[in-house]
Design a protein around this ligand. Structure first.
Ligand code: GTP
Length: 339
């Protein structure tokens, strides 16, 4: 049995359910897990979303890990998490929604940190959103061929025939991957450790050594990164719930994904909400917030070649200025009807 620390990679297109899977794993796994979260935008909303489940997620924001110029950021994170005093059983890296698996695997294999090893790739696929992901340039075969485990989310929203067709395509691209339905991220956490024991599918379509080479940055995958853009808001203030509801429900056409952790002034208190919009599918959850914490609102919108200036204006317009009256019941209802 290898004694080094396995580093698992969790990938999947924007909004496929990676953070949901990771939180389920952290809540039910019973193991000591270190987490590294890479968000594409400057504001790492995902790190905040797993924070309740793990002592200290390490956040790498502001660019996709698989194409950052300086690999030291990842090595610094791996070095910090591999300290024997932490006694971790594994590290999970949640890639940004546009990361390409070969690039991430290459980075882990190329790590100069001793005592860590590549522990397998888990790909999350939102069955109900495959067509939209593909329209944005995501490539199913490219994503599953390096995976030891493929988790299928949103099977609750998809027609069973759609799920069967996706399964068939996965089996064709990588007959050795273990494919599991994981609606709302509900998968047996032991699967992650099985992936760590069989990091690359035996006889799979890509051998481990192929990932030892630097990915070709002239390759079209790199264009894929260039065309996606993230615009973020991180404001020490509350937001207008009706304006947020409108943005979530009716984002600019090119925006595929919005995620937000926002504070809203309601009555005499402040309420905190976590909101998601994935290709028009909106969810909002009320979450607890420490009552003595100052107001803070973070929103990230990601799209393909969006009109940055127009999106910036819409994000800035969410902010409710200091001293503005609390949200009216009607404004609040607009947002909480998604809850
Ligand atoms: N109906 C349904 N919703 C899901 C399922 N899995 C995830 N979601 C929802 O999809 C939204 C996005 O989920 P996340 O876990 O944040 O997705 P992600 O892949 O981490 O997103 P990015 O980091 O932006 O790429 C959230 O509103 C989830 O609650 C599922 O199986 N069914």
């Amino acid at each position: 049995m290898p004694s080094s620390l396995p580093v698992l990679i969790l990938t999947g297109y924007l909004g496929s359910g990676k953070t949901t899977v990771l939180n389920h794993f952290l809540a039910t796994g019973g193991a000591r897990i270190g987490v590294i979260i890479n968000d594409f935008g400057d504001v790492n909303v995902d790190a905040a979303l797993v924070a309740g489940h793990v002592a200290e997620p390490v956040s790498i924001a502001g660019g996709c890990l698989c194409c950052i110029e300086d690999p030291r950021q990842l090595d610094d994170a791996l070095r910090a998490l591999s300290r024997p005093s932490l006694e971790l059983d594994a590290v999970v890296i949640e890639g940004s929604g546009i990361a390409e698996p070969p690039g991430l695997i290459h980075m882990v294999l190329g790590s100069e940190v001793r005592d860590v090893r590549f522990g397998g790739l888990v790909e999350v696929i939102a069955v109900a959103r495959v067509a939209l992901a593909e329209a944005s340039g995501w490539d199913l075969a490219q994503h599953v061929k390096a995976a030891a485990v493929v988790l299928l989310t949103t099977t609750d929203l998809a027609d069973p025939r759609e799920t069967a067709a996706v399964r068939e395509r996965i089996a064709h691209a990588n007959p050795h991957a273990l494919v599991i339905d994981a609606p709302h991220g509900a998968a047996d956490p032991r699967l992650f450790f099985d992936a760590a024991e069989h990091p690359v599918p035996e006889g799979g379509q890509l051998a481990l050594w192929e990932f030892g080479r630097a990915p070709d940055h002239d390759h079209h995958d790199h264009d894929h990164h260039v065309h996606h853009r993230a615009t973020a808001l991180d404001a020490p203030s509350v937001v207008d719930p009706a304006a947020l509801a409108e943005l979530l429900e009716d984002p600019p056409a090119s925006v595929h994904r919005i995620k937000a952790i926002v504070d809203v002034a309601a009555g005499r208190g402040i309420r905190r909400f976590v909101a998601h919009s994935v290709a028009g599918y909106v969810s909002v959850d009320r979450v607890s917030r420490p009552s003595d914490e100052p107001a803070r609102s973070r929103v990230v919108a990601i799209g393909l070649e969006c009109d940055d200036a127009a999106l910036r204006r819409r994000l800035d317009a969410l902010v409710r200025p200091d001293g503005a009256p609390a949200a009216t019941a009607r404004e609040l209802r607009r947002l909480t009807r998604f809850v």
